[in-house]
Design a protein around this ligand. Structure first.
Ligand SMILES: NC(=O)c1ccc[n+]([C@@H]2O[C@H](COP(=O)([O-])OP(=O)(O)OC[C@H]3O[C@@H](n4cnc5c(N)ncnc54)[C@H](O)[C@@H]3O)[C@@H](O)[C@H]2O)c1
Length: 271
């Protein structure tokens, strides 16, 4: 019970159905509940979020679903009000919600391939804004309104899910890289600003992970073999393997870690 009595809000955790491929947030919701936390799932996918919470409760854990669009400041304020009134406190915030890149539309670009369409010269302002909105604005708002609650507890942990592409460059997904880089640096700003109050803030940088978001990458044989060839451990991560990093940073085992980057990528960026 590494997280006994802790109240943890995880965004983007609706993809946690037990009989399907789970997202990172969904897997983290299960792991946190198994370690004794009261786990709050915040997402925009209401049916799936409710069902994931129900399944965790049926297995003897504690989970509750809240509708939370991370781009919407009012939603954050209501979510924290609800947590204060039902669970009574907040100990950990996991900013995990994220989106993919819009599909390749050959009618609006002269790029020769979906990957080329996501390079700098084809990146649109709308594409950049939509990535920054979910990843950077979402993370900022989540932290901004969590701080007063964590302060009341005389400390806490914030975990922001970035990506290896928030650290190193890649040939494509330009706006995603910009947004994940922003998550990494927002983490460091908050870590420095709130460490005097014992509020720890760290980022996690997953590599290629099997989740609903990356279905195409591991079901399309060509894409799968291209990505796998970049991974020293020779396989994609399971979402639980990223979730265990979240459990560690949420727990008191990581009490001296703040402002750091936990890379969980099978060795990709060690090369
Ligand atoms: N899967 C990977 O290979 C990988 C690699 C690096 C980083 N990541 C990051 O991990 C995080 C989780 O991704 P995943 O792969 O588990 O994907 P996923 O699709 O399984 O989960 C993402 C969740 O975020 C939710 N979401 C989207 N927009 C939202 C919003 N505005 N408000 C609230 N919830 C919203 C979705 O409904 C979904 O439940 C993302 O931030 C992603 O960028 C994933």
């Amino acid at each position: 019970m590494r997280l006994n009595n802790k109240v943890i809000l995880i965004t983007g955790a609706a993809t946690g159905l037990s009989d399907e491929i789970q997202g990172i947030g969904g897997a983290a919701a299960w792991k946190c509940a198994e370690e004794g936390a009261k786990t709050i799932i915040g997402d925009i996918s209401d049916d799936m979020g409710e069902e994931t919470a129900q399944q965790i409760n049926q297995m003897g854990g504690y989970a509750r679903y809240i509708h939370l669009d991370v781009t919407n400041e009012d939603n954050w304020v209501s979510a924290y009000k609800s947590i204060e009134s039902v669970e009574g406190k907040l100990d950990v915030l996991v900013n995990n919600a994220g989106t993919g890149i819009p599909n390749y539309d050959s009618s609006v670009t002269d790029a020769r391939s979906p990957e080329e369409a996501l390079m700098v010269e084809y990146t649109t302002v709308e594409g950049l804004e939509s990535q920054l909105k979910v990843h950077a604005q979402g993370v900022l708002l989540g932290m901004k309104h969590a701080i007063p609650l964590l302060r009341k507890q005389k400390g806490g942990s914030v975990i922001n899910v970035s990506s290896i592409h928030g650290i190193v460059g890649t040939h494509t997904v330009t706006s995603y890289q910009a947004a994940k880089g922003a998550v990494r640096q927002l983490t460091k700003a908050a870590a420095v600003q709130y460490s005097p109050e014992n509020i720890r803030v760290n980022s996690i940088h997953p590599g290629f992970t099997k989740t609903p978001l990356t279905t195409e990458l591991f079901t399309n044989p060509e894409l799968h073999s291209d990505r796998t060839s970049q991974i020293p451990l020779g396989r994609f991560a399971e979402s639980e393997e990223i979730a265990m990093g979240i459990v560690f940073l949420a727990s008191d085992e990581s009490s001296y870690i703040t402002g750091s980057e936990l890379v969980i990528d099978g060795g990709v960026i060690a090369q």
